[in-house]
Design a protein around this ligand. Structure first.
Ligand code: DX5
Ligand code: ZN
Length: 223
């Protein structure tokens, strides 16, 4: 299991009416991360997940958090979120005028820091900053909403990112993919070399909680 891909369950996809069952299923399946989309209605046209909601989750579980900061002032958010050493924080390249300073602030919290890039942002944006992060969160959809189709060039871009990292001798940098990770897309992305998969409505989340056998199916796709 150790070298297999890991799953980050996208909590914005959880129907609140079935939260108890959803949560129990994630715990039972030893999900590696809870993906927490923090949105301010400015960086993306949506709102969520609130800090009280996140704190309530933290009280009930030791599962690591995978914060996806989709806010226009990430430095402000970094001052108020609760972070543990095994957590990940993804900061969007496009969200801050001084990405280096923001990454530095995130690292001070003692967790892993990933740089996230929107589908429209080129991989070349990573050239300098890649040396200061633990990984890249590659958005496969325009962020902000669940249930969107993958942008047409996203799969190709993931391949390009992997090649870029290998050519630079940076194989140790992790690649996370977020948005429309179906079982089939997950399998293809695993072959490319992705290590962390955000699981949302495209794979494990149904209207009434976690879909039966879906986590096992996703695990089989990312071995
Ligand atoms: C996209 C979000 C997601 C995502 C995952 O902005 O970050 O976490 O919606 O879910 P699906 O599978 O619905 O795309
Ligand atoms: Zn996300």
């Amino acid at each position: 299991m150790n070298n297999s891909g890991k799953i980050s369950a996208s909590m914005m996809c959880a129907n609140p009416f079935y939260m108890r069952e959803t949560f129990d299923a994630l715990v039972a399946a030893n999900i590696e991360y809870l993906h927490l989309d923090v949105m301010d209605g400015k960086f993306v046209p949506n709102l969520g997940l609130g800090l009280d909601y996140i704190r309530a989750l933290r009280k009930k579980t030791d599962i690591s958090f995978d914060y996806h900061c989709m806010v226009s002032n990430p430095d402000e958010l970094l001052r108020i979120i609760d972070v543990r050493p095994d957590d990940i924080i993804s900061i969007h390249y496009e969200s801050t005028p001084q990405i280096m300073r923001t990454i530095e602030n995130a690292h001070k919290l003692g967790c892993k820091v990933f740089v996230a890039i929107n589908p429209g942002s080129p991989i070349s944006f990573l050239e300098e900053i890649i040396h200061f992060v633990d990984g890249v969160n590659l958005l496969m959809v325009n962020p902000g909403f669940a249930g969107q189709p993958m942008v047409p060039f996203a799969m190709q871009k993931a391949k390009k990112l992997k090649e870029y990292l290998e050519n630079q001798g940076l194989q140790d940098k992790e690649i996370e993919v977020d948005g429309n990770i179906t079982f089939d897309n997950a399998r293809k992305l695993r072959e490319i070399g992705v290590s962390l998969f955000v699981a949302g409505t495209s794979s494990i989340f149904g209207h009434q909680g976690i879909k039966p056998d879906s986590i096992e199916r996703l695990r089989a796709a990312i071995i």
